[in-house]
Design a protein around this ligand. Structure first.
Ligand code: CU
Length: 638
């Protein structure tokens, strides 16, 4: 099953752009007199409709569709933000920006590598290391960051890190050319400078992952099939998914990839809103190694590259198992051509063990219910690493976000007999440097309406005067009233969680209905106050931020983090210290995965998983899972 994305008539304001709509938008821009011969398309995305338009939308009403396009003018380095109306067939606005760098454009990845391979200075540096076959050399384009390097001024630059294959198709990350980096100008595809700072021996031990190199897969793995003879329990109509009282819309941007829109839960006759929009809005991977090559390594994979641009086409039986419904997506290249991305979004349902159970030990009456979840996901490849972003919706009202990390370590070189405490030795002359992965999920809640508040709950021991036996404890609740008061960190020792409550609806006990945000694995950055990354990814220093909804505030490290000096995004907005009580709010949950590599992470890291849960907390008047049907095999129908 898939959709062809050929329509030009959207049926809902949040429908993903069809290929025809993207083409039409590109055509309108190209036909405009302001479109210059050296302009490249950075991104083409749906212009988000006003929230009120979405909330008040009724089926069949006319829809005004608009598209936001970012252009890069290579002739003068300017950036252009253009909005076109598809419905009106016209350019609505055209703004020229100076001094910002849009995300790396897909074409630039390959242009940078070619430029480096063809550069005589680079060839000489490689010859010094005994490498002459440029076909075996790969260059990973790492964003240059902001380090006061004169080349960062007025240039669109990328920092190339170098690896070499021993033979075509093998794992080049087993052979880093550490100590050699290349600054490349993306506007001219020219090498600006070669930083040849240290020569290491090229490691000789292979560490391959392609099946062509792996003999003798383990025996004994018998077929495991997931069969749903009557089909899955969900229905998909366009971008709308309905499953087990849940209803939601799938969205897509080149920056975030998958977006979850307008999530509701049908409770009796009531269709109750839970989320307006949720997505992974930024991620940053800071490296923790002071060596010449590693010290400047960090990447903002959402803002500097774009997860949607780097999404995989998924394959049944490989990425996904069972009864799968795929949605296709597409991206645009630098010339504005459509690149189809078949099967980019995976939708299926999973059995996840028991949902609830009780045995009456006196009568031996047993009731047990199995639990299912709806999974909506996509996977992207950011250079050496893979990230799978999964949204889980459960029959018991929970929503879970899970990020799976896998792929190959971005390695470094060592001298003979050398080791580094800033990484883990993986083989002779090879190590995996310490680093972290921070993910910031933007959660625009709509718990029984847009007016919401956040209450922090910490469990504390009772005071002595009401605690004669010393056993008592309770959940202390604090309303987070302003943006600065709402900059919070996890505290596992007090079981800290944050409850998002409705300003209007009450449960049967008179309490505000709510959902709690429960943290999973987390950590803080180790970079110092004076570091470049402290300025550029300030959002990483809190696990929770809450802001009042603002249509323009979407990116935790700013709209254009590429080569940016920092300070933009959450730290900037929240300096206004606006009220976040009983109003339309957005939660930003930041989670960090600490990665001190181990030998077992090599050559391809087995999936590591990190996530958080949104769990109903006084949202329902009792367990919403009591009506789960008993399975016919263990409880014969009465
Ligand atoms: Cu890692």
């Amino acid at each position: 099953m898939n959709d062809k994305q050929t329509s030009l008539a959207a049926s809902h304001p949040l429908d993903r752009l069809s290929e025809n709509e993207s083409s039409a938008a590109v055509g309108l821009v190209k036909a405009d007199s302001r479109f210059g011969p050296k302009m490249r398309f950075g991104s083409v995305n749906l212009c988000a409709p006003e929230k009120s338009e979405v909330i008040n939308f009724t089926e069949g009403s006319p829809i005004d569709r608009a598209v936001d396009i970012v252009l890069l003018d290579v002739s003068d380095g300017s950036t252009h933000e253009v909005t076109v109306s598809i419905t009106g067939g016209s350019v609505r606005s055209w703004e020229r920006l100076e001094g910002v760098q849009p995300s790396v454009i897909l074409d630039e990845f390959f242009e940078a590598e070619t430029a480096v391979r063809n550069d005589p200075g680079f060839r000489a540096a490689m010859a010094k290391r005994g490498i002459t076959d440029m076909e075996l050399v790969t260059v990973d384009p790492w964003s240059a960051g902001h380090y006061g390097d004169p080349l960062e001024q007025n240039n669109r630059v990328i920092r190339g890190l170098v690896w070499v294959h021993d033979k075509p198709g093998d794992n080049q990350y087993a052979r880093p050319i550490d100590g050699l980096t290349v600054m490349i100008d993306l506007a001219t595809s020219k090498v600006l400078r070669i930083d040849d700072e240290r020569v290491f021996p090229v490691p000789t031990e292979s560490a391959d992952w392609s099946r062509n190199f792996i003999d003798n897969p383990r025996p004994g793995v018998k077929p495991l099939e997931i069969v749903q003879p009557e089909g899955p329990s969900f229905t998909v109509a366009g971008d709308r998914i309905s499953w087990q009282k849940w209803d939601l819309r799938v969205g897509w941007t080149t920056r975030e990839g998958l977006v979850i829109n307008t999530v509701t839960y049908t409770d009796g006759d009531d269709v109750r809103p839970v989320l307006y929009r949720a997505s992974l809005s930024e991620m940053t991977v800071p490296y923790g190694d002071p060596s010449v090559t590693q010290a400047r390594k960090n990447a903002f994979d959402v803002g500097e590259y774009g997860l949607g641009m780097l999404a995989n086409s998924l394959k049944l039986g490989c990425d996904c198992l069972g009864e799968i419904h795929y949605l296709d997506a597409h991206v645009c290249d630098a010339a504005g051509n459509i690149i189809p991305l078949p099967q980019a979004i995976c939708i299926h349902e999973e059995d996840v063990g028991i949902g609830w159970k009780h045995t009456d030990f006196r009568t031996e009456d047993v009731e047990v219910r199995r639990l299912r979840r709806l999974v909506v996901s996509f996977i992207c490849t950011v250079g050496n690493y893979e990230y799978g972003i999964y949204w889980h919706f459960y029959q018991d009202g929970r929503i879970e976000n899970e990020i799976k990390l896998t792929g190959i370590l971005s390695t470094g070189g060592l001298d003979d007999g050398e080791s580094s405490r800033y990484g883990t030795s993986l083989g002779p002359n090879l190590y995996g440097p310490n680093h972290q992965h921070f993910f910031c999920t933007r959660i625009d809640t709509q718990i029984d309406g847009t007016a919401n508040s956040v209450v922090e709950v910490n469990t504390v021991a009772a005071p002595e005067n009401e605690n004669p036996l010393g056993n008592a404890f309770y959940g202390e609740q604090t309303v987070l009233q302003t943006e600065q008061q709402a900059q919070r960190r996890i505290d596992p020792m007090t079981g800290r969680f944050w409850k998002v409550t409705s300003a209007v609806r009450k449960n049967k006990m008179g309490g505000a209905t709510g959902y709690k945000l429960m943290a999973g694995e987390n950590i803080l950055p180790f970079a110092t106050k004076d570091s470049s990354i402290r300025q550029r990814a300030g959002y990483m220093w809190n696990h929770l931020w809450v802001t009042p909804y603002d249509r323009e505030q979407n990116w935790p490290a700013g709209k254009y983090p590429n080569q940016h000096a920092g300070g933009a995004g959450l730290p900037e907005w929240t300096s206004a210290n606006r009220s976040v009580e009983n109003t339309d709010i957005v939660l930003w949950y930041v989670m960090g995965h600490n990665h001190l590599p181990s030998l077992e992470d090599w050559p391809v890291m087995p999936v590591a998983s990190i996530g958080f849960t949104l769990k109903p907390s006084g949202f329902f008047d009792q367990s919403p899972a009591m009506d789960l049907p008993a399975s016919s095999t263990c409880h014969p129908q009465k």
